[in-house]
Design a protein around this ligand. Structure first.
Ligand code: F6R
Length: 607
């Protein structure tokens, strides 16, 4: 992971780099550093911890220069110490890097045998030494890059700054994201368009294996054979106005409250609000030809995919399989002719999902990307794109992107099922009407959160938390447990409610808290039995349900959250809200770092 940034500016580089690193902190925040070239001399400052630690260091030891590179780290090789912080320097060369150089051990051994001593435990340092070695024997920076690039194996992006070169940055990418920004006599490079958004909207994306030479006046791109190539310039859709926290305490809180709007916008990307006709993107539009849909995703996006399987099967009338991106390549999946792969990813950059998508393509599957970032790698490598319109998501724990994914996937299933004749006009209309009603119900569910306070106190006291759900509520149970773990560090597990008796029930006693995701749908009776089983063993119960469910079982629960009535098929989108709020409010009460929880990063670009 990690965020990388480079600039050739007309103004002092450090303030620009610090701002950009702030925008990139969502990619990693365990250590940070930057380097500049000033009067030909390369200097760097590095700190363990977050950007604020580097800020303090720069106040004591400022850096001058109009050209620089910066890095915010999520450790892969070596702990987050100052020695392992980027930029890594060898002789005249400084490097910031995201991703993994897989053959670093071989390269390190070769360099060590030639007398090189290493300062850090990172894989990155080999790149700096390889480039410096070429410069030492007289290569130009261009020649050094052309010689070193073919030697690097892995998924990586890096930017190079060289002493004595105040109008030059070198940048390269292979599988990891990298965006080059074009300004007026200024050049930028960063991990994504978000880092560059306030600086420029003119973006060039490098292809896999490309590297680039940036001067203030010219950007030259070379392919993996070192041949000069031309890559198109895009106008980024990310704007700096989308990036603030407003009056909210955290990005996560803002993003929870953004959901009615995010869902409405996303819905209208699939369903025309004027005609109520749902449009199917390629390759799903040839409905009768599609033999099977395989949905690939990670983390929270995987839970959106799991929910969608219920929808594609029952509403779409099509065989649907869902797999974790990281596992998909590890098995011999049978992928039929005319199969469609849908890659679901907020960032569009999760390396596991990108590699799974490529694996699907190697089996001649047609591909659709469901992403929140139009310029992302997964979007660019898919046959077609369907955008969630959630707006940029900065909180590391995904919220609005998840409900936007659910909305888009249900919209797709309805359109698909209707076009294929699996559901009648009246069913399609009923479901679309139900979807249209979700934003207002979420707004109601968000109105008064004071009722959660007592539950939060219970959550902070228990040993284990179990989220249980059946059918469409099962993935929401999984999502609830993930949210709680991520930002409160409280142990939580999500289970299909019917599975509890097959093992987890052994853990139920007075120190366990069970959260039942239970709209009063056709499965409510079975959930009621699960609740009795928990109560009989001394477990405490929080019931998330509607007015009817509350009337039937409310008195038997220790805590009750009553949500607006909703059609069963769309209930997962609404029931995502209380599980997000429970995690968020508990984290705030506990005092954890909500937007930047320990060990995590927003965009996971390593395997
Ligand atoms: C959890 C969370 C992660 C992501 C996962 C996939 O709150 O945010 O589990 O869902 O890393 O990320 P994307 O959707 O960007 O591929």
């Amino acid at each position: 992971m990690c965020g990388i940034f480079g600039v050739l500016s007309a103004d002092p580089a450090v303030p620009l780099m610090m701002d950009a690193l702030g925008r990139l902190e969502y990619r990693g925040y365990d250590s940070v550093g930057l380097a500049t070239v000033f009067e030909g001399k390369l200097s760097r400052r590095r700190a363990a911890g977050k950007l604020s630690a580097l800020q303090k260091l720069l106040e004591r030891e400022p850096l001058q220069g109009l050209s620089g590179i910066g890095h915010t780290r999520w450790a892969t090789h070596g702990p987050p110490t100052i020695e392992n912080s980027h930029p890594h320097v060898a002789g005249r060369v400084a490097v910031v890097h995201n991703g993994i150089i897989e053959n670093h051990a071989i390269l390190r051994a070769e360099l060590s045998a030639a007398g090189v001593t290493f300062e850090s435990a990172t894989d990155t340092e080999v790149v700096a030494h390889l480039l410096n070695r070429e410069l030492l024997v007289g290569a130009t920076p261009h020649e050094a890059m052309a010689l070193v690039m073919p030697r690097l194996i892995g998924a990586f992006a890096f930017v190079v700054l060289i002493a004595g070169e105040e109008d030059l940055l070198l940048a390269a990418r292979k599988a990891s994201p990298l965006a080059i920004g074009i300004g007026d006599g200024v050049a930028y490079v960063g991990s994504d368009a978000v880092a560059l958004a306030p600086l420029t909207r003119r973006i060039i994306y490098l292809d896999d294996g490309d590297w680039a030479e940036l001067l203030r006046s010219r950007i030259s791109v070379f392919d993996c054979h070192g041949v000069a190539v031309s890559r198109p310039e895009y106008l980024s859709t990310v704007s700096s106005g989308m990036m603030g926290k407003g009056n909210f305490r955290h990005f996560m809180e803002k993003e929870i409250y953004d959901q009615p709007e995010a869902i409405a916008h996303t819905l209208h990307a699939v369903i025309d609000p004027g005609t109520w006709i749902a449009a199917l993107p390629a390759p799903l539009d040839n409905v009768n030809a599609v033999s099977k849909i395989t949905i690939l995703a990670a983390g929270t996006s995987f839970y959106a995919a799991l929910t969608a399987r219920y929808w594609f099967e029952s509403i779409g009338g099509v065989a649907c399989e869902v797999d974790l991106s990281s596992e998909f390549r590890e098995r011999k999946a049978v992928l039929p002719d005319e199969g469609v792969v849908i890659a679901v990813s907020q960032s569009g950059e999760s390396l596991d999902t990108l590699l799974a998508l490529r694996h699907g393509k190697s089996f001649y599957q047609k591909t659709l990307a469901l992403v929140n970032v139009p310029e992302s790698s997964i979007a660019r490598e898919s046959d077609a794109i369907l955008l969630t319109r959630a707006g940029p998501e900065f909180g590391v724990a995904s919220t609005k992107a998840f409900t936007a994914q659910l909305t888009a996937l249900l919209g797709l299933a309805i359109a698909f099922g209707w076009a294929r004749g699996n559901i009648k006009d009246c069913d399609a209309l009923r479901l679309i009407t139900a979807l249209e009603g979700v934003p207002s119900r979420i707004a109601r569910a968000l109105k008064d959160v004071s009722k959660y306070q007592k539950i939060v106190h219970d959550l902070l006291r228990v040993r284990d938390v179990f989220y249980l759900g059946r059918g469409l509520s099962y993935p929401i149970a999984l999502e609830g447990a993930l949210k709680l773990k991520e930002i409160t560090y409280i142990h939580a597990e999500g289970y299909a409610a019917g599975e509890m008796k097959h093992g987890p029930i052994a853990l139920i006693d007075e120190h366990a808290l069970v959260i039942l995701v239970a709209p009063s749908d056709g499965l409510f009776g079975k959930i009621a039995s699960n609740m009795s089983e928990v109560r009989a063993r001394g477990g405490r119960v929080i019931l998330l349900t509607d007015a009817k469910g509350a009337e039937e079982l409310g008195t038997a629960a220790d805590h009750l959250v009553v949500l607006p009535d909703i059609q069963p098929e769309v209930s997962p989108i609404l029931y995502a809200i209380p599980v997000q709020l429970l995690a968020y409010l508990t984290a705030v009460e506990k005092g954890t770092d909500v937007d930047q929880p320990r060990n995590l990063a927003k965009s996971v670009t390593v395997e």
